[in-house]
Design a protein around this ligand. Structure first.
Ligand code: AMP
Length: 394
């Protein structure tokens, strides 16, 4: 068992908490604060136990100086101040005198948020490549490290693994909860167990497909990735997404698991991708050359329903259609409706699928919405998660 924040004496200590504040921000306004809210329990616990709280997080990707402007964590500090009812001091640098002085002046229960860890990526990807000197530097700012960023638990970054290598470390409540909830899918899940996979690319999910197909009873495939499978099965897919180099993999899977891999039988197509697109319902074999498949069709929903109705366990990653646009939302919406009416233990993972669940108002009817997309898939695959493995054992 991994140490948790509860296993440490926090009083008077400088506790570095790695959070996942990778939230959508437009013109300085936070569009969805659920990740910030999900981190509050650990922060509140640390403050209640008189720690000096130092927060770290990444936000977006930083490739140019220009990227820094729209990816500052300042709005997160402001939001946190409101949610915690306590001024969160924002330090607009990731290292240096200003940061060190601010930490030296901290009193118990104070909270500091350090600027976006990925600002360090501009100089040789120090954060994302886990530069050892950067992890060591951040570690020397505190006494204890708590990893509460599940979304990056499958990554080896300076702000997780790099610090863990240099400080006593534990997990926060968010990571502890994710492990508890996702373990129900890996430790003898109740059967029948069906997985829905969607999203745009097969290539992102090859490991997951070949691994999870051995664990689940059925794998229902939707979204853009379904079309590479349909092409492999010999259907004309018009102008739909297709990863040619993955056709052989899809063929191999279809040959090996003909009764487990369930593909769409009809799709919604359009010739353009926008809010006013004129849509067609097409059975396989009817898709015209210029048409793009952008959602599963109503007959597929009926078929998928048969595989979901009596399930005891359901996991879903990746929307089954281009759900951001109204004409292609129906499949994702209908499947949300179906899974929330079953008696199954339901887990939804991944930013897009989680967003669809909340956009369409199903978030309270799902057993667990994971804060990590790639991380939840990696966890289910059972592959090594270095920044979790490096946490001290109890
Ligand atoms: P991913 O990041 O691979 O999970 O993909 C998520 C994205 O896939 C979402 O933005 C969806 O809009 C998109 N998507 C779902 N179905 C399709 C489709 N049929 N064609 C193109 N994109 C799709």
């Amino acid at each position: 068992m991994k140490k948790t924040i509860k296993d440490f004496e926090l009083s008077g200590k400088k506790v570095i908490i790695r959070c996942d504040f990778n939230v959508p921000i437009e013109n300085g306004v936070i569009k969805d604060d659920s990740r910030i809210k999900a981190s509050l329990k650990t922060i509140r616990y640390a403050r209640k136990h008189n720690a000096k709280v130092i927060l770290l997080s990444h936000l977006g990707r930083i490739k140019t100086e220009e990227d820094k402007k729209k990816n500052t964590l300042k709005p997160v500090a402001e939001k946190l101040s409101v949610l915690l009812r306590k001024k969160v001091k924002f330090i607009d640098q990731t290292r240096g005198e200003k940061l060190e002085n601010a930490i030296a002046q901290m009193k118990d229960k104070d909270v500091i948020l350090i600027e976006n860890t990925r600002f360090e990526d501009l100089d040789g990807k120090k954060e994302s490549n886990n530069d050892p000197s950067l992890g060591k530097y951040w570690a020397h700012l505190g006494d204890i490290f708590i990893n509460d960023a599940f979304g990056t638990i499958h990554r080896c970054h300076a702000s997780n693994l790099g610090i863990e290598n240099n400080l006593p470390s534990g997990i926060g409540f968010l990571v502890e909860n994710e492990i508890k909830k996702l373990s129900k899918l890996t430790n003898n899940p109740k059967k029948p167990y069906t997985i829905i996979l969607g999203g745009s690319k097969v290539s992102d999910k090859i490991g997951v497909i070949s691994n999870l197909i051995t664990k689940a009873d059925y794998l229902l495939i939707g979204g853009g990735m379904a079309f590479t499978f349909l092409k492999a099965a010999g259907f004309n897919i018009g102008s739909s997404l297709c990863e040619k180099e993955k056709i052989d993999f899809c063929k191999e899977m279809l040959d090996k698991y003909p009764n487990k891999l369930i593909l769409p039988i009809d799709v919604i197509t359009a010739t353009e991708i926008n809010e006013n697109a004129k849509t067609q319902e097409r059975f396989l074999g009817e898709i015209e050359e210029e048409e793009i498949g952008l959602d599963i069709g109503p007959k597929t929903v009926e078929v998928f329903k048969q595989y979901l109705d009596d399930c005891k366990t359901i996991f879903w990653n990746g929307p089954v259609g281009y759900f951001e646009l109204k004409p292609f939302q129906n499949g994702t919406k209908q499947l949300l409706d179906i899974i929330t009416q079953t008696k199954a233990y339901t887990v939804v993972g991944g930013g897009d699928t989680a967003r669809a669940a909340s956009d369409f108002n199903y978030q309270n009817k799902i057993s667990h919405i994971s804060t990590g997309g790639g991380a939840s898939l990696a966890f289910l695959e059972g592959i090594k998660l270095p920044s979790l493995d490096a946490i001290d054992e109890k």
